[in-house]
Design a protein around this ligand. Structure first.
Ligand SMILES: Cc1ncc(COP(=O)(O)O)c(C=O)c1O
Length: 408
């Protein structure tokens, strides 16, 4: 007889050897193949921003599939044109010099690969050879392909794949003095305004200001990776809006098409003006089906009432989590913004098991949550989560943490 788990499926061993097999979902909930229900505070790693089982998204995708499914980048379609135009306009919220074009791709890492290429080609054609250096920060996660991986300075992810992209450096996140290294030899600085995988730290206003000042001085492009923290997750469309950052390039992905693979790299006119035909491309990126669904995502998320509701629920969520912290010795700090939150745990260094035990226990109690870094529980409910679901989820988490917290 089948149970809810599958062991040793024919997936590569870089994944777990046991998976919970999920069958269907509705709103903030998913069901496994045995019929057990889970409150989903993982959202498929911050992807299903409008919840599961959306009939509007399914209807739009099905209609577009019947009409025209794929055209490649040799042609375009109305949904892709509409999406690119809307993202360019939406970029005005960042208060910088604005964006003039959008490269549509298929995943977060591809969005960052595109940003790396645009930054390098821009530096080459405006400053000449030898100005190709890239800087990223400790705790960053920019993706798994070799360019993005080179910007992701976590030893266990990078170590087996050396040599990585040359000319990539890492500096401590939020360290003002570390920015003094910047000079015209750098093409771009990549950063997550609010780090996801790294543990929910955000940039300080002073760091944003100094970074912008130096990058402006040396014509270094600032690339804001809003793949996890963007698209309304923090209560504003871009997290950068709240953090005083006006990036030159922005990358978006995860929730862009509500669970279908789609990414966007927003570039400014000064970059677009030096790019030539053939410098970059993709077969699937910005297809009509994913673009049509993304347009519906924007209809919902760009509504100011919707963003206000995320702000209100984000505040409630923060307060509920503070309540857990106050009564649970295992919890040290509440981190994050809006509906992308973290609970930093008091763990001994080298403790690699407690986080996993909490996540497994939460799952047994019917709550799906994530990890971030080495000691942070990451919580990313759908943006459509209800206040009562937030209360229910935090109650479940509180029970799990107080039970595990009492085990020596
Ligand atoms: C901030 C950030 N950038 C990039 C990525 C890579 O996205 P993908 O897994 O779609 O390639 C992720 C994925 O977790 C992410 O959180």
């Amino acid at each position: 007889m089948k149970d809810a788990f599958v062991r040793n499926p024919p997936f590569p061993k870089n994944y777990a050897d046991e998976f919970l097999v999920l069958d269907h979902g509705k709103g903030s909930w998913v069901w496994d193949r045995e019929g057990k229900r889970y409150l989903d505070f993982s959202s498929g790693i911050a992807v299903t921003a409008l919840g599961h089982g959306r009939r509007d998204l399914a209807r739009i995708a099905a209609r577009q599939m019947k009409k025209l499914t794929h055209v490649s980048n040799l042609f375009t379609t109305e949904p892709a044109l509409e999406l690119a135009n809307r993202l360019v306009t939406t970029g005005d919220r960042l208060g910088g010099r604005g964006f003039s074009a959008v490269h549509l791709g298929n995943s977060g890492t591809e969005a960052n690969e595109a940003a790396i290429k645009y930054a390098r080609v821009y530096a080459l054609r405006t400053k000449g050879e030898g100005h190709h250096k890239l800087l990223s920060f400790t705790g960053a996660f920019h993706g798994r392909t070799l360019g993005s991986l080179s910007l992701t300075p976590t030893e266990k992810y990078q170590k087996p794949y050396h040599p990585l992209l040359p000319g990539v450096e890492t500096a401590p996140y939020n360290d003002l003095a570390a920015l003094d290294r910047l000079n015209e030899g750098y093409a771009a600085v990549f950063l997550e305004p609010l780090q996801g995988e790294g543990g929910l730290d955000r940039i300080s206003p002073a760091f944003a200001a100094k970074l912008q000042d130096l990058c402006h001085r040396y014509d270094i492009l600032i690339v804001a990776d809003e793949i996890q923290c963007g698209m309304g997750r923090t209560g504003t469309f871009f997290a950068s809006e709240q953090l005083g950052l006006s990036p030159d390039i922005v990358t978006l992905a995860k929730p862009l098409a509500g669970g279908l693979p789609l990414s966007a790299t927003l570039i400014p006119a000064k970059v677009n003006s030096i790019v030539h035909v053939g410098d970059h491309g993709t077969t699937f990126g910005g297809g009509p089906v994913t673009s049509a669904v993304a347009n519906r995502m924007l209809d919902v998320i760009l509504n100011e009432k919707f963003l206000k509701s995320v702000q209100d629920k984000g505040k409630l969520f923060g307060d509920l989590l503070e309540g857990i912290r106050a009564r649970t010795p295992l919890v040290r700090e509440v981190k994050g913004m809006g509906l992308l939150r973290g609970l930093a745990l008091n763990l001994n260094s080298g403790d690699n098991s407690t986080l996993s035990r909490v996540i497994d226990a939460a799952q047994r109690h019917g709550l799906l949550i994530l990890r971030a870094g080495t000691n942070v529980l990451r919580l990313a409910p759908p943006l459509t989560v209800s206040p009562s679901e937030l209360k229910h989820g935090t109650e479940l988490l509180s029970v799990v943490l107080s039970t595990l917290g009492s085990v020596p």
